[in-house]
Design a protein around this ligand. Structure first.
Ligand SMILES: [Zn+2]
Length: 134
């Protein structure tokens, strides 16, 4: 177990990292951004098809915002700043599209699950989807 102590507490610091407030913000951003892959992978495995859950976009937005803050206020590195300056646009756009789709969805007459406006059949029970309005 001496090797573990050496890995965790290296060079007199936890993980050998010089910790301060911005370093914590950056690492929380990294972990948040990375966690979206686990969320998307889990959702895909669970449904046995490629799925991008809403949580993925929220984690993308939060993680990239934290990393952008770290880059802008601490690193002050133009490459790092540019890498995260515009990533929020597709994340927010996908959240807006998702919100609109949910708002326009209609309940299935047979099972009650929500059918997206373009659906012809209910994905849960196979019944004909309710007709789109408007
Ligand atoms: Zn149904």
């Amino acid at each position: 177990m001496d090797w573990l102590t050496h890995v965790l507490w290296y060079d007199g610091r936890f993980l050998g990292i010089e910790w301060h407030a911005w370093k914590v913000v950056g690492w929380i951003g990294n972990l948040t951004f990375f966690s979206r892959f686990l969320v998307q992978w889990y959702a895909t495995e669970k449904q046995k098809r490629v799925v991008v859950p809403t949580t993925f976009w929220w984690l993308s937005l939060l993680g990239s915002s934290l990393l952008f803050s770290y880059a802008l206020f601490h690193q002050r590195d133009s490459v790092f700043i540019f890498a995260y300056a515009f990533t929020w646009i597709p994340y927010v756009r996908n959240l807006v599209i998702h919100h609109r789709t949910v708002a326009a969805s209609r309940p299935c007459a047979r099972c009650g699950s929500l059918c997206p406006p373009q659906a012809r059949f209910c994905a849960q029970c196979g019944a004909a989807a309710p007709a789109a309005t408007g």
